[in-house]
Write a protein that binds this ligand. Sequence first.
Ligand code: ATP
Length: 549
Amino acid sequence: MRGDKMVEKRERLRLPVSIHSQIAAHIVQEVSRISKRNDVSIFFRKINESRLVPAGSMLSMVTFFASRGEEIEVIIEGLKAEKAFDEFMQFFNSELGKEKEEKDTYELLRNTSIAYEKIFNSIGSGLVVTDENGVITIFNKLAEGITGISMDEAIGKKIQEVIPGIKIENVLKTGKEEMNKKIKVGNNVVFTNITPIYTGNKIEGSVIVFYDFPQIEYLENELKRNRKLDKAFDIIIGNSGKLRDALTIASKAAETDSTVLIRGESGTGKELVAQAIHYASRRRDKPFIRVNCAAIPVTLLESELFGHERGAFTGAVTQKIGKFELADGGTVFLDEIGEIPPEIQVKLLRVIQEKEFERVGGIKTIKVDVRIIAATNKDLEKAIKEGTFREDLYYRLNVIPIMLPPLRERRGDIPLLVEHFIEKLNKKLNKNIKGITKKAMQALIHYDWPGNIRELENIIERCITLSEGEYIDYEDLPQYIRNEDTIVSENNVIYLDEHSELLTMEEYEYKIIKAALDRYKSFNKAAKVLGLTHKTVASKARKFGLVDR
Ligand SMILES: Nc1ncnc2c1ncn2[C@@H]1O[C@H](COP(=O)(O)OP(=O)(O)OP(=O)(O)O)[C@@H](O)[C@H]1O
């Protein structure tokens, strides 16, 4: 088209309407028709800019914001530029043919926005777009899932109000993107990438992409899954790196006869791991005997472990064989080893070192071949310092230490465990629950699990028993797990239980002052309720940027 035959028509025009997205769509539609009919290209140019903007492209035109009365230049290139210009002016002068074409314009706009919505929601990450003031304009489905806030609630609000942990000011100010920042959203830890949106040299807003932390953990875990463990370890569900690392050590321990000390909070699966070690070891056909050292009265524990002779003490009317003898050739699992009294600790030390002992009240030395696996959730090092646990015994037990992570440090395993327990408990309770809703799963993932896997199992059992539908729903969960309460409390009041993360005094102060001002909207009233002076509340509010200076 270019060359000596090229015709170019240029004309300055004053806009009768502002070009916002609806008008832009209308222009794009009409310009496309004129261009096609006359085989021309049509551009708009702002008077003070050199950039030519194709008037037939929606993507270009939605960012060509120009207001009513503004002068722009229309440039038409092509052999029939004059004819095309006449047609364009006809459209232009009849107010861009607004009335006549309104229906089609809406259609075009609607189709475009539906397409955008589909694209945004099909992205596998949370997506939030803001304008240059940090006001949310787009909020996709995954962002809803990660934040627990609905799109309707989020759009139109400042991002700080919706996701307080996020800082986009720097990106909006400097135009420099910020990648892979770890932030807390509600109870959830996510990674964010924040990039500026430019039109020309101007920053018009920002795009924030979230990656859900458990999702990343889950993918990492999938990779680690390939490490092959003995099938005895199949009873232990979970692919998290920390758990897999512990199980790798456990499976190595199974190849030896060394003493193992399993540490971990209550309900983290210490007994399960002890069993797996035993059944993966050469002792698998011999007994695995568990002794809960905390559950047996001290006076009976010695005879429970080592047995007693008839008449050894009042009530010892018959001879009793102890657990060490019963487990000969197999494994003794000493649970809650931290509770064992000092006099028994000495005897235990001898069993570990010499593999021999005497029954209570007996003189005959009994030789046994047992492997000892001990477990505790107690701080044994502290007990040594306090003089309640023998240091030599500690070193004898701690030959192969295994640390089991608490559930809150392997949230990526929660979906697998839930699935496992639904299957297991459906059988036990004769029910047919098919699964769990996304919202309920999110709440389980976000909860802190002081009782670990035992607590999770109990909750699933309770839900299966009580649930009337096919799926465990959010409403079936106990009140303290539904994290809406936590989200509300995070934003408005201070929520503290023994497992909450503690903040600095200043952060608490900020929350209290903000909550009081949000509620009472007056320094005087807030001060009265908080038992402070008006002056103190005002100065703190200024310090925290809660009011203009
Ligand atoms: N990884 C796991 N996969 C499947 N079930 C598990 C897992 N870990 C623990 N459980 C289940 O959770 C419950 C508690 O586990 P276990 O008794 O082994 O914990 P523990 O650490 O020994 O607890 P405690 O210190 O209170 O004795 C059991 O019902 C066990 O089957």
